[in-house]
Design a protein around this ligand. Sequence first.
Ligand code: CP3
Length: 353
Amino acid sequence: MTALKNDLFLRACKRLPVERTPIWVMRQAGRYLPEYRAVRKKADFMTMCKTPELAAEVTLQPVDLIGVDAAIIFSDILVVPEAMGMELEITEGKGPVFPHPIRNEADAKKLKEIDPGQELKYVLDAVALTKKELNQRVPLIGFCGSPWTLLTYMVEGQGAKNFSIIKNFIYNQPALAHALLDKITRVTADYLNAKIQAGVDAVQIFDTWGGLLSPHDFETFSLPYMEKIIRRIRPKDIPVILFAKGVHFSYPKLVESGADVIGLDWSMEIGAVRKLTGDKVALQGNMDPTVLYAGHEYIRGEALRIMRSFGHGSGHVFNLGHGILPDVPPENLKALVRCVKEESAQFHGSASK
Ligand code: CP3
């Protein structure tokens, strides 16, 4: 039994009956909110991540201001390589940069195999404080980057155009690439388990760069490592969301990954994915984030179209197909959340469409 006042999100993850479709959005604690920017003015990004009071404050903002059905702990996927010893710079407008990327055996040796309970204790403290401040209103999601997506950043060093450095790396030094992926996998599994112990109610694995790979390479360099992480998650019944971007070719494989929920980008109709995956997993998504530039009526129409496409029954967590963009008016996200809350009951229970 859960003490949560609103556990719609957790029930939908497990495809249990719900009264309406739950909604949260990726990057919901972020720069599109003036209240986030006000906190960010006082502290740089990593200071915010490393100060539990600030991390908790911005984690709660979208719950209080937008009314989403789940919170996601404010942090970043790149805190893991930073904790393993890589210097990380996150500067406004430039995106994240590792000034000393990994390119060879000697660089790889410098990576520390850490105990997340120590080196990432600040995240666990932020989780515990956020759980307390949420006061059981909605579930709290913890997350990590996939080993492949983290390795891409660690080898490229910064945002890339055609990802030639990481591709060169995996094709010319495959043994080193796999050794690194293994190391990241072990740390990440421990990290997620520590977050679960600290209080998160569900976890999401972000494989933002899965779609850089061909289907065969995705199944060589990304999917097996995510499966290893999922197998190691304890307790086993914690909902796991696997969001891999640009990999619709692999949805049937993702169903077998052990994840409870597959996160979708907007490249396929959610109803078509539901048919393909045969209701064996829940689906999360999948509105194109740029639809939030449109007027409220258009946003509502699109939200309804996606809910109709999924159809009747539980197993849909409404979300965008990727993170909310920093220049979206918060009012537009509010309109989306209102629409999902008001209109989704018709897709549940015995109500007819
Ligand atoms: O979803 C949430 O609200 C929780 C917080 C969260 C952040 N990053 C905060 C953040 C989450 C879940 C992430 C995940 C993340 N970080 C991913 C996977 C999801 C995705 O978008 O694909 C990736 C690839 C990163 C790496 C990263 N961190 C990038 C590319 C950037 C720059 C983005 C930008 O828009 O400038 C960051 C920094 C970052 N992480 C910001 C936020 C709110 C902006 C930093 C700032 O305030 O200046």
